[in-house]
Design a protein around this ligand. Structure first.
Ligand code: GN1
Ligand code: MG
Length: 360
């Protein structure tokens, strides 16, 4: 079946080797390797992305804008099939697309050095920077209400009302904890209600494996552009806080391994500010640290909701998987909140550093 897809993109199947690639929970990603050229083939999860055509439409708009305004920006857009389509529908009704594999690039799954965090954060900052004058309202929402914390909270309360008794009992402590952090939702509602957060072109999935690096650890560009749509910068910055700061990731079951690496935090600040420091407004800067609370809290809610719903969204490898992930994210949230004072100081230092290095 994959051979048929390759043929539609003009590739001769016998000349390529296909292997699983990456660690995403939603789409299925494969690397297609040939003697002369390599590609990334991805099957879109149709249960999540109900209108894959919107993704293709957004990427085409952004690509043509960047071609005119930032011709050197490496925008990794899908390739057309032999009939000019960017999406191929298989007989089974699944959608596939093909990307070029950027030569000499590599991805990493874990941040072991602040330089990697700086480079990644700079790349996500750069992405929103080069698109700062693009009219975000012309983009489609590829996932409606994706990072709408209010809606995620409502979905959580609905799940609490409908969950199986055994799951409710198991998760009683964690459910209570979600309610205990209600102030995060209040701050979010206030911010969004006041219209003080500009709507920008946001990536919405800033985990480290979505950045391409060269061999010298320099960031090249960002990839996985399905969730590029209008949004708030809190999403991108916050998801970096969520996924870069702890040496143990969201899959870790030994919660004692979860803590905040302050040097990585400083690197995220410096990298993001190097691109966005002069673009962010005062409200945005004021909520720099809040971004992490917002995203970690939302992910805890999403994992716990899925557990209560009987594991219908995220791929799981064992029965309690989503519950463990939720506990992990709650531990991370508490560690983050416990470090807030220190993080504030580090953020101020990063801002001062920006002033002395740019001279404005
Ligand atoms: C999903 O599949 P992946 O890893 O790119 C999810 C993100 C979550 C992440 C948690 C469309 O992303 O929002 O943060 O899992 N993407 C979607 O691991 O729901
Ligand atoms: Mg993704």
């Amino acid at each position: 079946m994959l051979n048929k897809i390759l043929l539609e993109f003009g590739l001769t199947p016998a000349q390529y080797k296909i292997q699983p690639f990456g660690s995403g929970l939603i789409n299925h990603t494969l690397k297609v390797s040939g003697d002369a050229d390599d590609y990334i083939l991805q099957k879109i999860n149709g249960n999540v992305f109900k209108f894959p055509g919107n993704i293709a439409k957004n990427l085409a708009l952004l690509q043509s804008y960047l071609k005119k305004t930032h011709p050197d920006y490496p925008f990794v857009a899908p390739l057309p099939s032999t009939s000019g389509d960017f999406l191929i529908r298989s007989k089974a009704g699944e959608y596939y697309r093909l990307f070029p594999f950027i030569k000499g690039s590599k991805t990493i799954d874990f941040i072991s050095d602040p330089k990697e965090a700086f480079e990644a954060s700079r790349q996500f900052g750069k992405f929103t920077h080069v698109l700062k004058d693009f009219d975000a309202s012309t983009l489609e929402y590829t996932l409606t209400d994706f990072h709408n914390l209010k809606l995620r909270f409502d979905q959580f309360t609905t799940a609490c009302n409908n969950a199986e008794q055994s799951r409710l009992i198991a998760a009683a402590t964690e459910i209570k904890e979600i309610y205990n952090h209600f102030n995060i939702l209040e701050t979010y509602n206030e911010l969004i209600g006041n219209n003080k957060m500009p709507v920008r072109v946001i990536h919405h999935d800033t985990k480290i494996s979505n950045v391409l690096f060269d061999d010298a650890q320099n960031g090249l560009c960002v990839i996985d552009l399905d969730t590029v749509m209008p949004g708030y910068y809190l999403s991108d910055l916050g998801d970096m806080m969520r996924t870069y700061l702890s040496p143990a990731n969201e899959e870790e079951t030994d919660l004692s391994k979860i803590h905040i690496r302050e040097n990585i935090f400083s690197a995220i600040c410096k990298g993001y500010l190097s691109e966005m420091g002069n673009v962010l407004n005062e409200t945005e800067k004021h909520h720099f640290i809040f971004s992490g609370k917002f995203m970690i809290y939302m992910q805890a809610i999403r994992f716990l909701t899925d557990f209560l719903n009987g594991d219908i969204y995220y791929e799981i490898k064992y029965p309690e998987h989503n519950f463990t992930r939720a506990k992990n994210q709650l531990k991370l949230l508490n560690e983050y909140i416990g470090s807030e004072k220190k993080l504030n100081q580090l953020f101020i230092m990063a801002q001062e550093n920006l002033l002395t290095t740019t001279g404005n």
